[in-house]
Design a protein around this ligand. Structure first.
Ligand code: SAM
Ligand code: SF4
Length: 328
């Protein structure tokens, strides 16, 4: 049997996130600038190359694949990739195939995703107000995303809404978002805005989840859940409604000690941590016909202990890379 991927801190790597494109049909204020320079198509891994790399990871014990971006559903022929990966679900080698999306293309693809064995998806949604949605995404339309989410639900996909907590922007929608998710049967996770990429002054937007959670606690009894996904999210249950709420708090807490994941960019760079620069080029060994397993094992030996995100420092604790590069 092949030895599993174990990093220098004895963490087993069982989760791969794959950014299949750096492009997007939105320009969220905290994620991208309006004028983005995207990679030339020749730099991107082809879907066949992505298949070979991901399949090698699955052979090395990766049990969960999350497809992300940029916006994964704007990559041309992306369903071919989902169909290819579904063979690992059929064989039992893979436990979960999923994606994180802005929802704009879900009306078109939800049924195909379900047919490929996708069971749960994350959809990013920061507001339920048309004008605020148009503002925060610059180019997005709320109605299109809500139609997409409805299509996902109709196709039997379980939806988790990811909401970036933004001071002065969606503070007043906390309970509206909660109620809407409860009514629709969607899970909900809040995310602290992270200092990534040059998009403006994010310090203004940072709304610590400690404060958000305190406000929830003023209205509801929150029961902390022990459930762990190996990821940074921590969950509570609202005892009055049974609703489950997640918190991703890279700034106020960090949970790097249980990190089980690595991230592949659309150009074949493997990032060992979202908040560090340690990375390995897997495209060269892939294209040169070198041993991919060796290249991956060597890369995993460089997984750092954790990130250093911090708003309080002047020049450190920030990451110049955009979130859309490594897929969030
Ligand atoms: N386009 C897809 C989407 O929006 O879901 C997938 C890629 S997007 C980069 C993945 C997630 O990262 C989204 O939930 C988005 O809100 C989040 N994100 C982007 N920039 C962020 C930042 N600076 N801090 C925290 N979350 C961020
Ligand atoms: Fe696009 Fe997602 Fe970034 Fe928004 S958060 S600009 S939808 S990649």
């Amino acid at each position: 049997m092949t030895a599993p991927l174990i990093d220098p801190f004895q963490r087993a790597i069982s989760y791969l996130r794959i950014s299949v494109t750096d492009r997007c049909d939105f320009r969220c204020l905290y994620c991208m600038s309006e004028q983005m320079t995207f990679l030339p198509k020749s730099e991107l891994l082809t879907l066949e190359e992505l298949d070979r790399l991901c399949s090698t990871f699955v052979g090395l014990g990766v049990r969960k694949l999350r497809v992300t971006g940029g916006e994964p559903l704007v990559r041309r022929n992306i369903m071919d990739f989902f169909r290819a990966m579904s063979r690992h679900l059929d064989s039992g080698a893979l436990e979960e195939l999923t994606l994180t999306t802005n929802g704009s293309q879900l009306a078109k693809y939800a049924a195909d995703l379900a047919a490929c064995g996708v069971r749960r998806i994350n959809v990013s949604l920061d507001t339920l107000d048309d004008a605020k949605f148009a503002h925060i995404t610059r180019w997005g339309r709320l109605s299109q995303v809500l139609e997409g989410i409805a299509a996902a639900k109709a196709a039997g996909l379980r939806v988790k809404i990811n909401t970036v907590a933004l001071k002065g922007f969606n503070e007043d929608e906390l309970f509206r978002l909660l109620d809407w998710c409860a009514g629709e049967g969607h899970d909900l996770t809040f995310i602290e805005v992270m200092p990534m990429g040059e998009t403006g002054d994010r310090l203004d937007q940072y709304w610590p989840l400690t404060d958000l959670r305190r406000r929830l606690g003023e209205r509801f009894s929150l029961i902390p859940l022990t459930e762990r996904t190996g990821g940074p999210a921590r969950y509570v249950q609202v005892s009055e409604t049974g609703q489950k709420i997640g918190f991703i708090t890279p700034l106020t807490h960090n949970f790097c000690e249980s990190c089980n994941r690595v991230r592949l960019t659309c150009t074949g760079e493997l990032y060992m941590c979202l908040g560090q620069e340690d990375r390995a080029d897997l495209r060269a060994p892939l294209r040169e016909g070198a041993d991919l397993e060796d290249a991956i094992r060597a890369a995993i030996l460089h997984k750092p202990k954790g990130h250093d995100f911090d708003y309080s420092r002047q020049n450190t604790g920030q990451m110049p890379r955009h979130m859309s590069h490594t897929g969030g």
